[in-house]
Structures are given as C-alpha cells and as structure tokens.
Design a protein around this ligand. Structure first.
Ligand code: ZN
Length: 323
C-alpha cells in the first residue's frame, strides 16, 4: 500500500504562512505551487502505465482510482502549465481538470490545445505560442485573476530519448482531436516550453521566481530572455529535468550558469513506468549521480539542491526584490 497521505497534509498547509510558498512534487513533471489563497500546477502525471502496456499499444488511459487516491487538493488551482504533450505529462490532465481542478485553465502549445479540446471546454484552453519568449526576445506575461501569479512561456526543446533519437513523435496537430489519443504515438510532443513563473506580493512586486522545465534542452534553449529592468530578479527555484539529460549537451550546466538559481529541484528522475504501489526507483539508464556531480560543479556557492520523492511537500521563504 502507498504510504502517502497527500490530501490531509495539503489541507493542513493551505492558507498557512503568507511569507512562504508551498511546492509539492507530484511526480514526473508535476508540481503544485500554493501562495496564500492562490495555486498553480504543472501537468501532473500519476497513472504511470507500464512499459509493457505502452509497447503493446493497448489503449493508454488515466487510472482514475489511482488519481483519486493520490492527487492532493487542487480545487483552487487556476492555471495548469504544460511543457509538452507526451503521455507522461498530459495523459492525466483531462481527468484532473474535469473532476478536480474544475476552475483551472490549461496553457501550453497549440498541439496541447488540440489534444485537450477532445476532453475539456475550449474556454479552458489557451495556446501560449504567440505569447512565448523566443531566444533573447521576451514574451508576454500571463496573469491569474487576482494578479498574484504570472508566467511567461519560453521556447525550449525536448531532448532525444535514447542514442540521439526521439522515440515518440513530435507532431504537431493542426486541428482539434475528436477523441483523446489512444496509444503512446498519439500523445505527440508539440512545441516544448519552459516557464518562468512569478509569485507576486500585494504591491505587485515579484516575491518568488521559479524557472520550470519538464524536458532537458540544449543551451541556450529554455534560458530566461532579456527582460526589462523592472522584471529582473534572480531565480529563487529552478526545476530541472533529469530524464534524458545526457542526450543534450551542457545540461544542466548551461541553464544553471545562465540563471544561477538559489534553490534547485531535480524532477522527472523516478521510474515512471513503475506501478505506484511499488517503492520508487530511479529511472532506468539514468545516471543521477553523474547529474548531481555535474550540477554541483557549476552551482553557485549559496545554492542548494534537492531531489524530492514524489508527493513530497516543500516550503520556501519568499525573497522579495530589494532594489
Ligand atoms: Zn517526460
């Protein structure tokens, strides 16, 4: 039996400590951020179909009972950010948005939008392609209703899976799907985005800045663009992607040197083909020790990293801009 008791812990933490941000790792690329009364999440992935199931090309579907049991409270989530549309990031999002995050809007590539159109109302889907930063050119900030959270999508890329090859199709889709994809090959990548996410204080100043990636990318793809002076702030928390990191050059060194984050979370490190009832293991063929060694060789002296177990909750102090 799993030992997680996510719902109760989340309820206890809700509304606590105005001066902190709560982050919960939901596995793979999923994170739940809570700041006062406001919440944002990145695409949660809980089902973890087995490799055998994926290779046999039987229908991939959300394990609804498992999501019901493991998903923390997300009723207050306003924004769901999707980096790319592979099944290990998007498969569970339709069910989560229909049953739990019922007030949330999902953001990602237009391909993501065409997939999600098969499952949720189009008023709840926004393609970020035209708002995204490209290279050094900034994109547009997208705000939540209370203007306490904003994010900017940043054009990035998805590392090859193995031996320089992408094993899953890239897409894109150009029109809305009538049904959710049936097999792994229907969950195409689309354009991959990184995200810069700002949590804002009552005066509208940046109180905490997150840089998020759900796929390793070749530098400088995914880097923070050249922002105007009033938007500058050190990244307080960088979320890195361990899966496939050796398939691109200079990851994580490039991104760490570029953004010098204060805190670093290693994500997408666990074997996501493994049944959630079994103990968590590192993704096969992934040398996490080497990732950490390379990370530590370039990390700023005042930075720290963590590699959380799925469903771990973390709390970070807000670091208001001083200049
Ligand atoms: Zn993935």
């Amino acid at each position: 039996m799993p030992v997680y008791n996510t719902k109760q812990e989340t309820l206890q933490m809700q509304g606590e400590e105005k001066n902190t941000i709560n982050v919960q790792y939901l596995g793979v690329g999923g994170y739940l951020f809570r700041h006062g009364q406001n919440a944002l999440m990145t695409a949660p992935s809980i089902t973890n179909p087995s490799l055998l199931k994926i290779l046999s090309l039987t229908r991939l579907k959300t394990n609804e009972g498992l999501v019901d049991r493991l998903l923390p409270t997300v009723e207050d989530v306003e924004m769901v950010l999707v980096g790319h549309s592979h099944y290990d990031h998007l498969l569970d999002v339709p069910y989560v948005m229909r049953k739990y995050a019922m007030n949330a809007v999902v953001y990602g590539s237009k391909t993501m939008g065409h997939i999600m159109a098969a499952a949720v109302d189009k008023s709840r889907i926004i393609a970020v392609d035209t708002y995204a930063a490209k290279g050094k050119t900034p994109g547009q900030w997208i705000y939540n209703q209370d203007r306490t959270i904003r994010f900017m999508a940043i054009e990035s890329e998805h590392a090859p899976h193995f031996a320089g090859m992408k094993l899953l199709p890239e897409g894109p889709y150009d029109k809305d799907l009538k049904h959710l994809p049936r097999t792994v090959f229907g969950w195409v990548e689309g354009q991959t985005y990184a995200y810069l996410i700002d949590f804002l204080n009552e005066q509208g100043n940046i109180a905490f800045r997150v840089h998020y990636q759900d796929a390793a990318s070749t530098p400088p793809l995914g880097f923070v663009p050249d922002l105007p002076a009033n938007d500058l702030k050190r990244v307080d928390l960088a979320i890195l992607c361990v899966a496939s990191f050796t398939q691109v050059k200079e990851y994580p060194e490039g991104i760490i040197r570029a953004i010098r984050p204060k805190n670093i979370l290693l994500g997408h490190w666990e074997d996501f083909f493994r049944n959630q009832k079994r103990p968590v293991k590192v993704l096969r063929t992934t040398n996490v020790r080497n990732f950490i060694k390379r990370l530590e060789s370039v990390m700023p002296g005042d930075s720290q990293w963590q590699m959380p177990m799925p469903f771990t909750q973390m709390r970070f102090p807000l670091v208001e801009k001083t200049e």
